[in-house]
Design a protein around this ligand. Structure first.
Ligand SMILES: [Zn+2]
Length: 401
C-alpha cells in the first residue's frame, strides 16, 4: 500500500444523522474510512443535509446529491482491494506441515505474530479498523439513501446471528458436545466446520451432531494452510476428496483454515458449495494484516455467497491476552452495533481446552447466548439456513432486474 493511496482516505466520525434519514441512524457515533473523493461529493452537494461528521477535528455537513454521480461503485472497489489474502503467510511456506509443530510453540508463534502485527499496524495500516469496520456498509447505505436519482432504502434489512465452531483437532471434536449442550439448552443450533483429512474422524460424533439439527461444513483439507495457494488442479482434487468423504452430511459451506483465502480458491468453491464463511470483517492482527472485507452483510462474490465472520474469534482475542469478561463484553458490544446496522453476527469459537473448551470460556459462551436470546430475535440460524433465506431474495432481485 503506498502513502499516496492512504492519503486518499479520511477517518470520519459520524456525529449526527438528521431526522429524515433514519436508515442511516446506525452510523451515529461510529468511525469509518471514506474515500476523499466520495466525501467531497457529499460535502459539495446541493441537496438536503443528512449528516454532520467530524474529519480531523473539523465538523462538516453532508448533503444529498441530486444529479449524476461522478463516483459510483466505491463500496465494491474498497472491498475488493482488501478481502483476499495475497501474500502467503509464513505457515504456508514451511517445508513441512505446520500441524506437526507442538501446540504450545504454535500458540507462542501465533501470539508473537499478533504482537508484531499490532505494533506495525499502529503507524502504518489504517484499515480495516479492528475489531469491527462497517465502512463498506456505510458507503452502501449513503449511496442508496442520499443520491436522489437512485433507489431510497425502503425495506429494513434483516439482521441475523450465527454461531460456528472450527473443529481443527480430535480434541475439539470430542469437546464439541460441551458447546452443543449449551446451544440446545437455549434452543439454538450451530455450524461446525470439520477438517476432513487431518486425522481419522469419529463419524459417530458427526452423526450425533447432524441428528440434533446442527450443521456440518468443511474446514479445508488437512489444515496445512496451503490449499489457497496450490494449483487449481490440486485445489480441486482436495475439495473433491473432502466433499466425497462427508457426502452424508449434505455439506453446503466452506470455512478456510486460518481464514486464508485466495481468489482462485474462491472461484473453485463456487462450483462445490452454496456459501463460504472465511473472510473476516476485520481480521485484526492475526494471521495477516489488512485481512478483512469491512462489511457485516453477506455478499455474493463470483456467484458464491460470502458470509463474513463479524465478531473477533476466541483465538483472536485470547492471543491478545484478553480476559474472559473482556471477551464477553466485546462480543456483546459489537453484536449491538452489527444488529443495528442490519448486518450478520457471525461468531467463531474453537472447542479445544486452550481456547473455549474450558469452564470459564464455556460460561461466557453460555452467557453470550443468553444475551442473544434476551433480544427475542427469531433469526439465530445455521449458515445454510441463512443462505437459504438470502438465495430466495437474491433470485427475486435477479428476476426483477
Ligand atoms: Zn481451523
Amino acid at each position: 500500500m503506498t502513502d499516496d493511496w492512504m492519503r486518499t482516505f479520511e477517518f470520519v466520525t459520524v456525529i449526527d444523522i438528521f431526522a429524515d434519514f433514519k436508515p442511516l441512524a446506525w452510523m451515529e457515533g461510529l468511525t469509518f474510512f471514506w474515500p476523499s473523493a466520495f466525501l467531497q461529493e457529499f460535502i459539495n452537494a446541493k441537496g438536503n443535509e443528512f449528516a454532520s461528521v467530524r474529519i480531523n477535528g473539523e465538523a462538516y455537513r453532508l448533503k444529498t446529491i441530486t444529479g449524476k454521480r461522478s463516483h459510483s461503485d466505491i463500496a465494491a472497489w474498497v472491498f475488493k482491494d482488501n478481502c483476499f489474502f495475497t501474500p502467503k503467510p509464513a505457515s504456508a511456506k514451511l517445508p513441512f506441515s505446520y500441524n506437526i509443530i507442538p501446540d504450545q510453540i504454535r500458540w507462542l508463534a501465533a501470539s508473537t505474530i499478533v504482537r508484531i502485527n499490532k505494533s506495525k499496524r499502529q503507524n502504518k495500516m489504517p484499515f480495516p479498523r479492528w475489531p469491527l469496520d462497517l465502512t463498506v456498509d456505510s458507503i452502501e447505505d449513503i449511496e442508496r439513501c442520499c443520491v436522489e436519482c437512485e433507489d431510497i432504502i425502503t425495506k429494513k434489512r434483516e439482521s441475523s446471528i450465527q454461531l460456528t465452531h472450527d473443529i481443527d483437532t480430535p480434541e475439539s471434536l470430542e469437546n464439541l458436545h460441551l458447546f452443543l449442550e449449551i446451544e440446545e439448552k437455549h434452543h439454538v443450533h450451530s455450524t461446525n466446520f470439520i477438517v476432513p483429512r487431518g486425522w481419522k474422524l469419529d463419524f459417530s460424533i458427526l452423526e450425533a451432531v447432524k441428528k440434533k439439527g446442527h450443521e456440518i461444513g468443511i474446514h479445508g483439507y488437512n489444515h496445512d494452510n496451503r490449499t489457497p495457494f496450490l494449483s487449481s488442479i490440486k485445489m480441486e482434487a482436495r475439495i473433491d476428496e473432502a466433499v466425497e468423504l462427508l457426502l452424508d452430511y449434505k455439506i453446503k459451506g466452506y470455512r478456510a483454515p486460518s481464514l486464508l483465502m485466495s481468489a482462485p480458491l474462491m472461484e473453485i468453491l463456487g462450483k462445490h458449495f452454496h456459501y463460504d464463511s472465511s473472510i473476516p470483517n476485520s481480521g485484526g492482527f492475526y494471521s495477516s494484516q489488512r485481512n478483512g472485507c469491512m462489511t457485516a452483510r453477506p455478499f455474493y462474490y463470483n456467484g458464491i455467497l460470502e458470509i463474513p465472520l463479524t465478531l473477533p474469534s476466541d483465538a483472536n482475542l485470547l492471543f491478545q491476552n484478553k480476559k474472559e469478561e473482556e471477551i464477553l463484553e466485546m462480543w456483546i458490544k459489537l453484536t449491538k452495533i452489527i444488529l443495528k446496522s442490519g448486518g450478520t453476527v457471525n461468531l467463531l469459537t474453537h472447542c479445544e481446552k486452550r481456547y473455549s473448551g474450558n469452564k470459564k470460556m464455556l460460561d461466557i459462551y453460555d452467557e453470550y447466548i443468553s444475551y442473544l436470546n434476551s433480544l427475542n430475535l427469531p433469526n439465530l440460524r445455521t449458515l445454510s439456513q441463512l443462505h437459504g433465506r438470502l438465495s430466495i431474495e437474491h433470485n427475486e432481485m435477479k428476476r426483477n432486474g
